[in-house]
Design a protein around this ligand. Structure first.
Ligand code: LEU
Length: 503
């Protein structure tokens, strides 16, 4: 590999970073609600099937691509074949968009650590969040005013992330993950134990895990399982290619994929237990059924949890633990998303780490700071998140599999590459999962979500708004990617760096 490419200090450093990327907001607020809505305990079956047929096999593929070429996605895909370079830029562009809004949610959580003291949201957590805190407009539209209470924590989040990234792979990303992830596990474990000792916890768990076997006959339940696995494991948008490009030559790729995959799912199930035990307490306190208090995403973290916190003894401590966990889990994921874009530009231009971090990371931070701490920020965030997930991540993953598996027929090359240094050999099942099963599921997912998109406007938002904040953002990511891939690689430096990347 090129002598100047950075490397992880140890295998555990890479694993902590890979797990840190995977364990994020998605684990804490997405999984519990998705599982609940899709068959409860019965959902664990499609979830496990998705993990084993798509999650872990794709992790291994991404590790192998990054490890073989020692490059970030655009340069790695360019080595695969000239036209596929665009796929790498597409992944980098998706990361640009995700990073810009993901940071804002972390900023909210930072602010809510402070609000936990004295439970400042008062009796109306919903009104407080959307009104007092976000100062959200009534309806989605163009941004018209700034919200200081979001702006300052957001700037702080970006400063922390850019400093860590500027310190590099070993001194920045690896050290941060080795510190943040154990801390997260400790905080979250205390939180789960506390939640399990609340009155009503058992009712919550029963609500989550009671299996509805009839859900297994429903196609959309399977789609939800695959969707959750993609977002949660951070696969399909180049993060794992990038992180694996900093591995040493002799690295156990399949073993690492198993560890990262199971660790992420383990944390996810732990989060499900903690969240539902807490919701069970809330339902019991209000004398209603668990189904009346379940919400997902933003509503769960910033409305339901504050409400529960106000109702429990020692709520402040619980609030601090919960929001700090969100911040830690979010930061380690955000770092990985931004690193994809930095590495892509570095590989392309030969820029050093510091200028690349300031230039690229700074550009993402600027967009994030300009768009999201505004009265329309939450609507743009919601639409961009939905569209970039459906028509970014899932679609890009499908096209990567068609290109690598069917057009170029390179899956066996990566299978051989992984088997050269890995403890657990990849057999024929791996080819079948990635060549046939996963593309079929992803193709079905695409048709299914397009159908829903045209049946009714997402969240009932106005069409004009969805055209720019949703479709526009997803299409721009693709367009920018194609344009970037068409630019000639003029700099002698980057071509040499590229050539040096072979093994
Ligand atoms: N895997 C992360 C999560 O679960 C998200 C990804 C975009 C880094 O939140």
């Amino acid at each position: 590999s090129s002598p100047s490419r950075e490397q992880w200090g140890s295998r555990s450093g890479f694993l902590f970073a890979a797990i840190g990327s995977a364990v994020g907001l998605g684990n804490i607020w997405r999984f519990p609600a998705v599982a609940y809505e899709n068959g409860g305990g019965a959902f664990l079956l499609p979830y496990l099937v998705a993990l084993l047929t798509a999650g872990i096999p794709l992790l291994v593929l991404e590790y192998s691509i990054g490890h073989k070429f020692r490059k970030s996605p655009p340069a790695a895909f360019r080595r695969l074949s000239r036209p596929t370079e665009a796929l790498g830029w597409w992944q980098a562009a998706i990361c640009f968009v995700i990073a810009a809004y993901y940071a804002v949610i972390i900023a909210w959580a930072v602010r809510y650590i402070g609000y936990s003291f004295g439970e400042q949201w008062g009796k109306d957590a919903n009104g407080f969040f959307f009104g007092n805190f976000l100062q959200a407009a009534e309806k989605p539209g163009l941004m018209s005013s700034y919200v200081d209470g979001v702006l300052w924590p957001l700037i702080a989040v970006w400063v922390v992330v850019l400093v860590i990234l500027a310190l590099g792979i070993r001194n920045g990303i690896e050290k941060a993950n080795k510190f943040f992830i154990p801390l997260l596990v400790v905080f979250f474990a205390i939180l789960v134990v506390r939640a399990l000792t609340l009155d009503g916890a058992a009712r919550g768990l029963d609500g989550l895990f009671r299996p509805d076997w009839s859900a297994l006959g429903n196609g959309s339940v399977w789609v939800a399982a695959y969707g959750q696995i993609f977002f949660s494991l951070s696969i399909g948008f180049g993060i794992m290619i990038t992180y694996a490009s900093y591995l040493r030559k002799r690295s156990d790729l399949t073993g690492s994929a198993m560890v990262a995959g199971f660790a992420n799912s383990g944390f996810e199930i732990l989060a499900g237990i903690g969240v539902f035990a807490t919701l069970g307490f809330m339902a019991a306190a209000q004398g209603v059924g668990v189904d009346e208090v379940v919400s997902s995403g933003i509503g769960l973290a910033f409305v339901a949890f504050p409400t529960v916190i106000s109702q429990m003894p020692m709520g402040t401590l619980f609030g601090v633990l919960f929001f700090t966990s969100l911040v830690l889990a979010g930061l380690t994921s955000l770092i990985s998303i931004v690193e994809v874009v930095i590495a892509a530009v570095q590989d392309r231009t030969g820029l050093g780490r510091l200028p690349a971090t300031l230039g690229v990371g700074g550009a993402i931070a600027l967009v994030s700071i300009a768009v999201f701490p505004t009265d329309s920020g939450i609507y743009v965030l919601d639409a961009a998140d939905h569209f970039i997930n459906q028509y970014g991540i899932a679609l890009a993953a499908l096209i990567v599999l068609i290109a690598v598996g069917w057009l170029l027929r390179r899956l066996p090359v990566f299978q051989k590459h992984a088997n050269e240094t890995s403890a657990i050999p990849l057999g024929r099942w791996w080819l079948i999962c990635l060549g046939i099963v996963t593309p079929l599921v992803l193709g079905w997912m695409m048709i299914d979500s397009l159908r829903a998109e045209f049946a009714e406007n997402y969240e009932g938002y106005p069409t004009q708004f969805l055209l720019w904040a949703g479709w526009g953002v997803a299409a721009a990511a693709l367009l920018v990617a194609v344009l970037l891939s068409l630019l000639p690689w003029r700099s002698a430096d980057s071509e040499t760096a590229l050539e040096a990347g072979t093994d």
